[in-house]
Design a protein around this ligand. Structure first.
Ligand code: NCD
Length: 308
């Protein structure tokens, strides 16, 4: 299967075979790292890590993945310290960086920015999140985690709980759930519902989706709950944020209603939507999920450079 040169932009660009191949490649890297192998697959490659928006896990797990595959990294973690601050366009920045590296990893506050970058760059662009648009590498590590936690993926029910309007990770993950044959329950405050265009598109592709405000009922039927943070930075004003913040909290009390063996996922960072008392719950997988991100991103780098 040839991924060489491929841009990773959204949650609807892969076939099921490609999704499986990405997960299997990540599993291989996980084994190799865990047995202490020093990996040279990407020796000689240089990767740009461009983050025009705050990040902890996506940036650091990509940079760890770059280092662990043998590549080298140039990074821009503070847009204010770059020529963006002088008014340079994204297009001009990308044209420049494209001449320095073999792969560009980028996060940007504007929806559609990754596609714009990919249109210009000769080298593969990996979308590390574009505004309230897509976040495919997160959704890939989410399915890798789901498969690891349950031993298989498909034929299950997942509840997406929280900010489904601005939360880009669920915008990508919804497509993978449809493709892999998982039923979805969307549970959110009314103001934060999944955008209609995405729900309609998922349904047109054959997705089984239920929308509800009844979280208890949703959790009682679910093998997974995927919790998201209210995306404060994307609200038009503070008052609209204040109206919905804290409107759902997963705690031990709520989990009494959940299906036994439910797996709890969250892309992190959390604010208050999962109580820390839940961290010791056996199904609380969110920190394992964050660790899996490194292996998954090693796989993506290996694949788009054609080195694995
Ligand atoms: C998410 C993001 O940036 O979209 N974080 C991540 O990449 N792990 C989720 C969030 O910020 O709430």
């Amino acid at each position: 299967m040839d991924f060489k040169g491929l841009d990773i932009l959204n949650g609807y660009q892969f076939t099921n075979q490609q999704l499986n191949h990405i997960m299997n490649t990540a599993a291989e890297y996980e084994k190799r790292v865990k047995r202490g192998e020093v990996i040279h697959d990407l020796d000689g490659c240089v990767v740009a890590s461009l983050f025009f928006e705050p990040s902890t896990r996506t940036r650091l797990s990509f940079e760890a993945a770059i280092n662990r595959t043998g590549a080298r990294c140039i990074s821009m973690a503070d847009a204010k310290a770059s020529s963006q601050a002088k008014g340079e366009t994204l297009e001009d920045t990308i044209s420049t960086v494209d001449g320095y590296v073999d792969v560009i990893v980028m996060r940007h506050p504007e929806k559609g920015a990754a596609v714009r970058a990919a249109d210009i760059a000769v080298h593969p662009v990996i979308n590390g999140g574009d505004g309230a648009g897509q976040h495919p590498t997160q959704a890939l590590l989410d399915i890798y985690t789901m498969r690891k936690e349950k031993g298989h993926i498909g034929g299950q029910t997942i509840t997406f709980l929280g900010d489904l309007k601005y939360g880009r990770t669920v915008h990508s993950l919804g497509y993978f759930m449809q493709q892999l044959g998982n039923r979805m329950i969307f549970a959110s405050p009314d103001e934060l519902k999944m955008p209609e265009e995405i729900t309609a598109d998922l349904r047109a592709r054959g997705a089984d989706i239920v929308e509800t405000g009844d979280v208890r009922e949703a959790l009682a039927q679910s093998d997974f709950v995927y919790v998201t943070r209210v995306q404060r930075e994307r609200f038009p004003d503070q008052e609209s944020y204040e109206r919905v913040k804290g409107s759902y909290i997963v705690d031990n009390e709520l989990l009494k209603c959940a299906k036994k063996d439910i797996t709890i996922l969250h892309p992190l960072p959390r604010v208050d939507e999962i109580a820390t008392e839940v961290d010791s719950y056996p199904g609380a997988a969110y920190f394992r999920q964050a660790h899996n991100g490194m292996y998954l991103r090693m796989a993506l780098l290996g694949l788009v450079t054609g080195r694995v």
